[in-house]
Design a protein around this ligand. Sequence first.
Ligand code: FEO
Length: 170
Amino acid sequence: MVSEKMQDALNGQMNAELYSAYLYLAMAAYYEDSDLPGFANWMRVQAQEEMTHAMKFYDYLVQRGARVALDTIEKPPFDWESPLDVSERVLEHEKKVTGLINNLVNLAMDEKDHATNNFLQWYVAEQVEEEESVGAVLQKVRLAGNSSSGLLMVDAELANRVFNPPAAQK
Ligand code: FEO
């Protein structure tokens, strides 16, 4: 069993992961509208990954005999200034999520909930990868600057990103 406080916190993080998927789908729509299908593909893949993050919380709650509680998902923004703006917001968002995961780990440690702490370590590692991956894209967008051809090169590269189903994930 997990404590009621931990159950609520895990449900809260599940909601945050669902919001991440929602946010990235909104960003994908912005890129579709901006005729940058590679960037849109990247955001779609990110959204799918966020769904698996949410489902891992869902499944863990079930596994521990806790109650899954779905909540309202916050409305994401509709528009952004530029691809650079979106990329900066993605990194900002991932850093925020890292903070949320760290808070969950702190709670698990406070409660001496070793099983949940162990479960959360997957997310700790995942956030390191997410920040690195998003940071690398942001750097490329920054280098492209106002060059359309530079941006189209990044777009072509991001068109190759594919979603790795959970079984194939590290
Ligand atoms: Fe689920 Fe991108 O953090």
